[in-house]
Design a protein around this ligand. Structure first.
Ligand code: NAD
Ligand code: UDX
Length: 454
């Protein structure tokens, strides 16, 4: 069997590397228009940082896992084509700022139609608006040739930073197909691939539209939990309740569950915001304005939480941060990734910059991306070493929950800072009493502040 995957990004690369590892008899060809990315997949310096990924790729690379820019040959030779290209939020025209930009995806459909000489199963791996498969089928079958393309939906649920673990042992795999003979045959082919390592009871099948919509819904629900606890964090600060205690107390209710209840500076990443906005747009398209408004609030609360955090920094630092040096500890949208797409750090740095703060950014894996994100801001400093970066700083803003930030020598850092030395924990994961006892002015989300100055 021969698989082609179009799109060698955060999803295409790791998912295909896992299939190649678990199915040595299948030849897996991952293709992309981005030459630099393809070269990096073939090198020792993978294009994305993901714990454990290097070993998974190396195990199959050039055995049954291949990366190439020869898209046409890979399409032509494939029995199954996974389409895993980016589907960002549209920035222009109808639906700008909300709808999915489907241009990359449609280009793939057209290329597949152009190049194919035999029947193929086409699998939507990208996250797409519900009923996209219908449009894909129209494009693929538009020239009335005898070739049959069976379109399935198999959304990806991996999270960055834990992609390898998520792929190795997913909560579930979802495969949506049409309720026709050829649809069900194609579904079974994909089920059999995953069944090489995933228990059958975790492989769910559904109709195509349910599968497409389940992906958007899963992300909307996860993001909604983060926004919900973040609204409560604001109330905690006003009432001296502690959001970590509240979150623990509600999370022990098995009906609520404990995951995705960590208050923070808000969710980032390439998926949550984009997918909720897409859901909002879809609802509006179907005239479901109340439903659209409900989900829109999840995004608005997320923006509010970031603005609130910056406001706290300014207020605590005597209502001016002009000329004050602020160390940004962590720029990635979450720990264990170098990805900065939609990272709250971007908006927070821009707001601090607008207030004329002097900004130094430190991150173990995301500095290259941070530089690109803030390319238009002058005089931002980037320093990998948190100790060097903290010299003469007035404040530290912890924006990513990198584990190594727990173990820093905060006494040593404090000694090198200007006084009063402030620390703003945007992830609520440091030991705040310990920091306060060192001498820091401590602010953390949903717990208020601890000050030596009051
Ligand atoms: P990405 O931007 O990292 O990768 C997409 C790749 O597709 C890029 O390398 C790009 O060059 C390539 N590409 C675009 N058009 C192409 C074309 N016509 N031919 C060949 N290659 C082309 O994106 P990603 O993060 O991997 O996301 C891909 C899809 O998966 C999106 O729909 C996203 O919503 C979804 N998704 C992402 C995640 C995640 O954690 N990043 C998780 C689940 C689902
Ligand atoms: C998400 C989904 O989890 C995954 O299933 C989907 O396939 C892609 O989108 P990802 O964006 O990679 O994955 O990371 P995730 O762990 O979901 O975190 C998203 C954001 O929410 C991060 O910025 C994270 O810091 C934040 N978050 C998460 C919180 O602020 N609090 C939480 O309790 C959990």
């Amino acid at each position: 069997m021969n698989i082609c995957c179009i799109g060698a990004g955060y999803v295409g690369g790791p998912t295909m590397a896992m299939i190649a590892k678990k199915c040595p008899n299948i030849s897996v060809n991952v293709v992309d228009i981005n030459e630099e990315r393809i070269k990096a997949w073939q090198s020792d310096d993978l294009p994305i940082y993901e714990p454990g990924l290097y070993d998974v790729v190396k195990e199959s690379l050039n055995r049954n896992l291949f990366f190439s820019t020869d898209i046409d040959s890979a399409i032509d030779n494939a029995d199954i084509i996974f389409v895993s290209v980016n589907t960002p939020t549209k920035t222009f025209g109808e639906g700008a700022g909300r709808a999915s930009d489907l241009q990359y995806w449609e280009l793939c459909a057209r290329r597949i139609k152009e190049v194919s000489k035999s029947d193929k199963i086409i699998v939507e791996k990208s996250t797409l608006p519900v009923r996209t498969a219908e449009a894909m089928e129209r494009v693929l079958h538009s020239d009335k040739s005898d070739i049959h393309f069976e379109v399935l939906s198999n959304p990806e649920f991996l999270a960055e930073g834990s992609a390898v673990e998520d792929l190795e042992n997913p909560d579930r795999v979802l495969i949506g197909g049409h309720d026709t003979d050829s649809g069900q045959r194609a579904v079974n082919v994909i089920v059999d691939i995953y069944a090489n390592w995933i228990p059958k009871n975790k492989i769910l099948t559904s109709n195509v539209w349910s599968s497409e919509l389940s992906k958007l819904t899963a992300n909307a629900f996860l993001a909604q939990r983060v926004s919900s606890i973040n609204t409560i964090s604001a109330l905690c600060e006003a009432t001296e309740a502690d959001v970590t205690e509240v979150s623990h107390a509600i999370g022990t209710d098995s009906r609520i569950g404990s995951k995705f209840l960590k208050a923070s500076i808000g969710f980032g990443g390439s998926c949550f915001k984009k997918d909720i906005l897409n859901l909002v747009y879809l609802c509006e398209t179907y005239g479901l304005n109340e439903v659209a408004n409900y989900w829109q609030q999840v995004v608005e609360i997320n923006d509010y939480q970031q603005v609130r955090f910056v406001r706290q920094i300014i207020q605590r630092m005597f209502n001016t941060i002009a000329g004050k040096k602020i160390l940004i500890l962590g720029f990635a949208f979450k720990a264990n990734t170098g990805d900065t797409r939609e990272s709250p750090a971007i908006k927070i740095c821009r707001e601090l910059y607008a207030e004329k703060a002097e900004i130094v950014i430190s991150d173990p894996k995301a500095l290259d991306n941070a530089k690109k994100d803030l390319i238009d801001l002058e005089n931002i400093k980037y320093e990998q070493d948190p100790y060097k970066a903290s010299k003469e700083a007035d404040a530290i803003a912890v924006l990513t929950d990198w584990n190594e930030y727990k173990d820093l020598d905060y006494k040593k850092i404090y000694d090198g800072m200007r006084k009063p030395a402030f620390i703003f924990d945007g992830r609520n994961f440091l030991d705040h009493n310990f920091l306060f006892n060192i001498g820091y002015e401590v602010y953390s989300i949903g717990k208020g502040h601890q000050s030596h100055l009051d």
